[in-house]
Write a protein that binds this ligand. Structure first.
Ligand SMILES: [Zn+2]
Ligand SMILES: [Zn+2]
Ligand SMILES: [Zn+2]
Length: 850
């Protein structure tokens, strides 16, 4: 729940006064004093070319203000700091409901998070298992229960009517010894009779026990006849017996076959094994808590001794939970069993439980408390599961780790967490929820967003997908360019209104798209394919018999020197085949060692390649100092520029003076972070600008060195476009920065923290870095890209396509996993996977020239 913050002031006012959120004078980053209205209770899309200010508006203004209002209402220290803190640069926001951000994940998700925890299904499950679950003894498998005195008495009255009954307090259970002191104590406590190894004895005259044998000793607390009017006496005796027996009590009743014992416990205990268990709490089912985590692997699920190739923990079989939580079941299903299911299977399981709850008769172990818990919790779980199914994530099991999810998948799982909760009057902020979605899945996602809106919520979505834009109630088009050229409101209204508005860049694309769709697809394809058709003599790379995950002996085949596109619904096996099988196979073929990849039968046709460059969406680096310039290796050269200034030479500074790695270079107040935490305890991730260095991070002496009037901190604040102009006379800097610009990244800052980049932006930084490198190799390169258009406005996609075309014209090859229509249309060859997701996918259903 780390990234979910609401504004209670807004929440406390049940009537929404404004039907519009009114934003006046927004100037955050490049926003140019924007005046914008966003309708409450509607689905609004904010769009515009990359860098035009969409995120500045939605996340750095609307969300930042919502969060600020929330924090200032909960914490005194926060309020103090807020006086000086970065408020979003804005005159006024009126009518803002409580805001809730559904991020794409990345930094927000903990490494140990799973589908179940992110979607918050896990929280409800833990409550359910705490209230309703039945614990089975991990040693003998028998049901374990605890009974209060009144339950014990009630059962005894029912079962032992008109029988003779002994109320016994067990003192010694299966222990060797003479036990003299036990008898002495019993006498002292005022009891006269005991039962020793099943025989009633007089404690004043105890039997001689054999020291080496196991013995049972119980105090006889009471002997009575079960008849009417006996209840209060029985209650008193059972109470005493439980006290003497430390929570245990034996009731022995006389039958035709002799005396028969029944053991009761007021603790959670396996009576036959004599094991007591702690009372179960929700945290007993959490692998993040010592009470719940498997002690062998501390909840990681992996064998701590297994080294480089991780193996499942032998103790918990990868379920991450300890023995006790794994032994709690509802209708035979443990919480880890449940989490190994896919959403559809889990929905069926919940339906089965629901039926069981409803049908439960007086015979069943369920009481009203159980039923109430089920009535509240089961629908919450079912709603979230249903959502996962609806947005096409049915191929993910609930225990899938967040690190194996794409950014788009993470966001949709996160959205599921908001969904079941019946919140109304909330303003949801979403960042490109269609990222990574096939057109079919986009449709389903849209339906869910509309349902959320119809439940009385406001949705503000940053999005480029034309189908989503068309479906929105209201569209805000920002532009016209990136950075200082953006930040203006071009148009606002319905998609139709935008199409009629000549100011709207998005409107133009909507018009063009409509015309294109109207033309026959075949014609469009010939048009695009004509530029790079595949002739029969083109050599083909061919990989056969891939079986990783759900791949069904898949064969992939494609020509070199072309743009090749791999498509298919989410979960159909695209990355299993391309990223996890083909890429390592080719690299191995090119002589790289120690690669682990999916199994396959045979690989041919790759021999003319000299290298393979895989460019994915993973973050640029994990250090807080990673940025476009550090990743691309330009940072060293920029520091050299500063080290060669007159000022540096006078002061004896080398290039080391300009790296925050060096303590002397850092601002002493913030230690080079540029920020201070507002409230370390509760909101460790929320930072304000360091007042000492004003967020510039460097020490005063470092900042005093200037090149052409700019300090090193100024340079890091420059946009890539500005940087390209500023460093024009440095060939390597100029070449790389211009390449970034060509990839539509001119608006990013040189020193933009890698953690703030989207997956698509990171990928394009990597691509640009590779492209700017002189290859120095004979022969061609195969570039493998994973959804490079994510985060790109249609206007930018054209630029990317022309760059890919340039690559193939120069003899290189491009293999790209993509859903974007324009990019697919530009490919010379297409590989389509499917037909469904998970078990229903894993086949190449089309492979050939378009
Ligand atoms: Zn047991
Ligand atoms: Zn374990
Ligand atoms: Zn500082």
């Amino acid at each position: 729940m780390t990234d979910r913050i609401a504004n209670p002031r807004g929440a406390s006012s049940p009537v929404i006064v404004n039907s519009m959120i009114q934003i006046t004078g927004a100037r955050t980053h490049n926003l140019q004093n924007l005046q914008i209205e966003i309708p409450v209770g509607k689905l609004t899309v904010i769009t515009g070319v990359s860098g035009s200010g969409k995120s500045s508006l939605v996340f750095d203004t609307i969300f930042a203000e919502g969060r600020r209002r929330y924090l200032s209402s909960v914490s005194v220290r926060s309020r103090e700091l807020l006086q000086k803190a970065d408020r979003p640069d804005i005159d006024l926001i009126e009518g803002l409901p409580p805001v809730l951000m559904v991020s794409q994940g990345g930094m927000a998700s903990r490494p140990e998070a799973t589908v179940a925890t992110i979607s918050e299904i896990n929280e409800y499950l833990r409550l359910l298992y705490t209230r309703v679950g039945q614990l089975y003894c991990p040693d003998c498998g028998k049901g374990v229960s605890s009974q209060s005195r009144s339950v014990i008495v009630e059962q005894a009255l029912k079962s032992f009517e008109r029988q003779k009954l002994l109320v016994l307090a067990p003192i010694v259970r299966q222990r060797t010894g003479l036990h003299h002191e036990i008898f002495t104590r019993i006498v002292k406590d005022g009891y006269v009779r005991a039962r020793v190894d099943g025989e009633l004895v007089d404690v004043a005259n105890p039997p001689q026990l054999l020291k080496s044998q196991m013995h049972d000793i119980e105090i006889v607390v009471d002997r009575l006849m079960m008849k009417s009017g006996i209840q209060s006496r029985l209650e008193e005796s059972v109470d005493t017996a439980l006290q003497l027996g430390q929570g245990q009590c034996l009731l022995s009743h006389e039958t035709d076959a002799g005396w028969v014992d029944r053991l009761y416990s007021s603790h959670l205990a396996c009576v036959p094994c004599g094991t007591s268990f702690p009372i179960l709490e929700p945290r007993s089912f959490s692998f993040r808590h010592p009470l719940g985590a498997c002690p062998a692997c501390q909840g990681s699920g992996l064998d701590p001794l297994s080294g480089l190739l991780p193996q499942l923990c032998g103790e918990c079989q990868g379920t991450r939970l300890g023995r006790i939580p794994r032994s709690v079941r509802i209708q035979g299903i443990s919480i880890s069993d449940f989490c190994s299911l896919t959403p559809t299977a889990a929905v069926n399981c919940v339906a089965h439980w629901q039926e069981w709850f409803m049908s439960a008769s007086t015979e069943s172990p369920l009481d009203d408390g159980h039923r109430a818990a089920g009535q509240y919790l089961l629908p919450e779980i079912a709603a979230r599961l249903q959502f996962l199914v609806e947005v096409g994530l049915d191929y993910l099991t609930l225990d899938r780790g967040s690190q194996t999810l794409s950014a788009g998948e993470q966001q949709r799982v996160r959205l599921a967490g908001c969904l079941g909760s019946d919140l109304t009057g909330v303003c949801y902020l979403l960042d490109e929820p269609t990222a990574g979605l096939h057109a079919m899945d986009t449709d389903r996602l849209l339906r869910v967003l509309c349902r959320l809106r119809d439940a009385g919520n406001t949705l503000i979505v940053v999005e480029h997908d034309l189908d989503v834009i068309r479906a929105a109630d209201y569209v805000i088009d920002l532009g016209p360019g990136a950075g200082v050229l953006g930040g203006q409101l071009l148009a606002a209204g319905t998609a139709e209104a935008l199409m009629r508005n000549s100011n709207s860049i998005t409107g133009q694309f909507l018009r063009a798209d409509e015309q294109r769709t109207a033309a026959t697809d075949a014609a469009a394809q010939t048009h695009f394919a004509a530029s790079s058709s595949v002739d029969a003599s083109s050599p083909l790379v061919r990989l056969t018999g891939a079986t990783l995950h759900h791949l069904k002996q898949a064969t992939i085949e494609f020509p070199l020197g072309k743009i090749v596109c791999v498509t298919g619904v989410s979960g159909s096996g695209k990355s299993s085949l391309v990223m996890q099988t083909l890429v390592p196979a080719i690299r191995q073929g090119l002589g790289e060692r120690n690669l682990s990849g999916g199994p396959f039968h045979e690989l041919t046709g790759f021999e003319t390649l000299s290298r393979l460059v895989r460019v994915d969406q993973s973050p640029l680096g994990h250090s807080s100092r990673s940025s476009p310039v550090t990743y691309s290796g330009l940072w060293g050269e920029i520091r050299q520029v500063f080290a060669k200034t007159r000022e540096s030479r006078l002061r004896g500074f080398t290039s080391r003076q300009f790296t925050l790695q060096q303590p002397a270079a850092r601002c002493p107040c913030c230690g080079g972070r540029g920020t201070l935490a507002v409230d370390e305890q509760r909101f460790a991730d929320w930072q304000i600008r360091c007042p000492e260095c004003d967020g510039q991070r460097f020490s005063v002496s470092t900042l005093s060195v200037r090149y052409r009037g700019r300090s090193v901190a100024d340079v890091l604040e420059m946009s890539i476009s500005e940087g390209a102009a500023f460093f024009q006379s440095f060939p390597r800097l100029f070449r790389t920065l211009s390449m970034f610009e060509e990839l539509g990244l001119g608006y990013l800052k040189l020193g933009q923290p890698a953690s703030t980049l989207s997956g698509g932006e990171s990928q394009r930084i990597k691509l640009g870095t590779e492209l700017a490198k002189p290859s120095g190799l004979e022969g061609a390169t195969l570039f493998v890209l994973d959804e490079p258009t994510s985060g790109l406005h249609v206007a930018d996609v054209g630029q990317l396509v022309s760059l890919l075309r340039r690559l193939t014209a120069g003899g290189d090859s491009v293999l790209v996993i993509e859903h974007h229509r324009e990019l697919i249309a530009s490919a010379a060859w297409r590989i389509d996977m499917g037909p469904g997701s998970g078990l229903l996918g894993g086949e190449v259903i089309f492979c050939g020239p378009q």
